[in-house]
Design a protein around this ligand. Sequence first.
Ligand SMILES: NC(=O)c1ccc[n+]([C@@H]2O[C@H](COP(=O)([O-])OP(=O)(O)OC[C@H]3O[C@@H](n4cnc5c(N)ncnc54)[C@H](OP(=O)(O)O)[C@@H]3O)[C@@H](O)[C@H]2O)c1
Length: 340
Amino acid sequence: MRYACTTLAGSGKRLSQIGLGTWQFGSTEWGYGPAYDGREAAAIVRRALELGITVFDTAEIYGRGRSEQILGAALRDADADPQAIVIASKIFPVLPWEPVVQQRAVASARRLGVREIDLYQVHQPNPVIKDGTTMRGMAALREVGLIGEVGVSNYDLDRWRAADRALAQACTGVPPVVLSNQVQYSLVHRDPEEALVPFARDNGRLILAYSPLTQGLLSGRFTAGTAVTGVRTANKHFLPDNQRAAAALIDTVRDVAATRGVSASMVALAWVIRHPFVVAIPGASSVAQLESNVAAAELELSPSDIATLDAAAASYRPTTGWASASALLKETARRRLRRS
Ligand SMILES: NC(=O)c1ccc[n+]([C@@H]2O[C@H](COP(=O)([O-])OP(=O)(O)OC[C@H]3O[C@@H](n4cnc5c(N)ncnc54)[C@H](OP(=O)(O)O)[C@@H]3O)[C@@H](O)[C@H]2O)c1
């Protein structure tokens, strides 16, 4: 395993550059079912610990709390050392007033069965309410030791900085920072490279890269025209036109993988964690997928591999914005018609 150059300031805990995303646990939208929630999820967590994963990401909204419960139970069953692991959860900021933030963290900690949530993140920026009240809640939670570090998710740089200022204002003593920003980052979604990645690099912060495999697209398993179900029906990169547009990029990922004798998923993940301050948090539907994802931490891409992948990524031009929203609606209607 490879570990990020930034540790958790308070506890000094190390962050594995490949973490485990657990949206899949207890969530109906992935469609994995009770056998996954009851057995496979625990096996994935156990194997993740054996392989040196320290970062486990969940959220109160995943499976309406089920993900936190399943993860907490699996970590306990596997005798995970609380001093060595980093549990990251998220509050969904509807009405994020100070007492609400505190009450929701208490509920998350109870579902996880932990005394402290190592990294407590705001799941997305509230479009109406600024971060002052949220960060006052976070400051109170830090003071009583219910949370370690504060993070955000899906924040642009201005809002990340504003959250930083709000947290500093709410705290007494040495002002803490909003340590991390969890954002979508992969070969098909490189927006964070504009401002967030340089900010994290220059300021000792962390990027948690979600959907680093673009929900499996970059594994190369989905060829243009593959019908998708569940969560992928809402992902623009699985629209037929975008699957066709991504074919050249995926071929390139496969080619690099073939020359290195590894899988396409490993190449896609190794590309994300080439920055030492980025932690990728892929989800997994099986222990085998988890093992393959962990192996990506041992893969060092060469500068020429990276240049080849960058060029292929730059040539992928997906349909986005209103065009992709309307295409997703049309595609959903077409699927419904086919089923009826
Ligand atoms: N903050 C946010 O707003 C936000 C948003 C999304 C996700 N997240 C977090 O990020 C985590 C990961 O993101 P994600 O689940 O959206 O996308 P992802 O990690 O890119 O994709 C995960 C899916 O890809 C497939 N897969 C995983 N490893 C594979 C391998 N080695 N080979 C082939 N296929 C593989 C599996 O699906 P199949 O086996 O079904 O193909 C798996 O469920 C989530 O669990 C969650 O913790 C956060």
